[in-house]
Design a protein around this ligand. Structure first.
Ligand SMILES: Cc1cc2nc3c(=O)[nH]c(=O)nc-3n(C[C@H](O)[C@H](O)[C@H](O)COP(=O)(O)OP(=O)(O)OC[C@H]3O[C@@H](n4cnc5c(N)ncnc54)[C@H](O)[C@@H]3O)c2cc1C
Ligand code: FES
Length: 285
């Protein structure tokens, strides 16, 4: 299989700094601390085009703005899946359908759509980590013939950490050659599925790296343990793709908040292969 190439210079032309006023078209409550917001322009159109993996700054006016990946897009909206963790996300969660938000973007690079063509793709994620994976998953579902088998290994500590559960349990498993492997870490009465940490579950499922790429997205512990498991299963660092998150302010390479070695994550990322991260100080180890 040819090496997967990830574009990194694609975002440099986008220097959109002034937020566009947008309206919340729809809100779905995914878990007790995660909501998905569908956002459109005041004219009712999609704010901009973007590729799976790209990000944008969403503002709760007048409190502030944060970076989010675009978790899905429709004809007349972009979707952002927001975990309530602090000041701005708290304010976003307090908004209702019809309320106004600010939006600037798209920023960053995207998943290597061409490089993944013709391969089986294994998605590994935990909790809110499904948000960036969802953008790529839905793109692949829409271009199903271009890819081989799709597996999603997704987990959370409890059932309440699993977002988009309705899609995961009822919609996606019905799609051709899509295989879902769910687990939670803590046994509970409302769960009769797998109870396991993600990394041992991944090893138990014993995915072959032959003709397969992996896309990994989750918190630091899941990232570290699942990366070790993927390498143990024989995946090459070039064939494991991930997205990086750091605290960001400007999103366009001006404030210096998000640099890692020679890279600005807002401009060069968030999508990298593990092989690339091995050269960035602090990114993998
Ligand atoms: C490229 C990128 C994509 C992202 N995509 C998503 C997404 O799809 N969905 C989502 O819910 N969040 C996403 N985030 C994280 C999101 O931007 C932060 O959760 C948000 O900025 C928190 O803002 P706040 O004002 O609510 O929290 P604050 O009040 O600023 O902070 C609350 C707590 O969260 C910590 N924190 C804040 N930002 C981050 C961060 N980026 N990483 C780790 N810890 C942080 C703070 O240290 C503090 O402990 C993404 C971040 C980046 C950089
Ligand atoms: S967020 Fe300002 S340089 Fe990246």
């Amino acid at each position: 299989m040819p090496k997967i190439t990830i574009e990194h210079d694609c975002a440099r032309a986008t220097e959109q700094l002034v937020p566009l006023l947008c309206r919340i078209k729809d809100i779905s409550t995914e878990t007790s601390d995660v909501k998905a917001f569908r956002v459109q322009t005041l004219e009712g159109t999609r704010p901009f085009d973007c590729s799976p993996g790209q990000t944008a700054m969403l503002a709760a006016i007048p409190y502030g703005e944060c970076m989010f990946c675009v978790s899905a897009q429709g004809e007349d909206y972009l979707e952002f899946t927001v975990k309530r963790v602090g000041t701005v996300t708290e304010q976003l969660h307090a908004l209702s359908i019809g309320d106004t938000v600010g939006l600037r973007g798209p920023y960053g690079n995207w998943f290597p759509l061409e490089g993944l063509k013709g391969r089986d793709v294994l998605f590994v994620g935990g909790g809110i980590g499904l948000a960036p994976l969802r953008s790529l998953l839905t793109w692949m579902f829409a271009h199903r013939d271009d890819f081989g088998r799709i597996d999603l290994v997704y987990s959370g500590s409890t059932r309440d950490d699993l977002i988009f559960l309705d899609d995961i349990q009822h919609v996606w498993p019905e799609l051709p050659d899509v295989h879902i492997h769910l687990s939670i870490y803590r046994e509970s009465e409302d769960w009769n599925g797998e109870v396991s940490y993600t990394a041992p579950y991944l090893e138990q499922l014993a995915f072959s790296p032959q003709g397969r790429a992996a896309v990994l997205c989750g918190g630091p512990s899941l990232f570290r343990t699942c990366l070790a498991s993927l390498l143990k299963l024989g995946f090459e660092p070039d064939d494991i793709i991930t997205t990086l998150e750091m605290k960001m302010k400007c999103g366009i390479g001006k404030c210096g908040r998000c640099n890692m070695g020679s890279r600005y994550i807002c401009l060069d990322g968030p999508v990298f292969s593990i092989a690339e991260l091995e050269d960035l100080p602090g990114a993998v180890h």
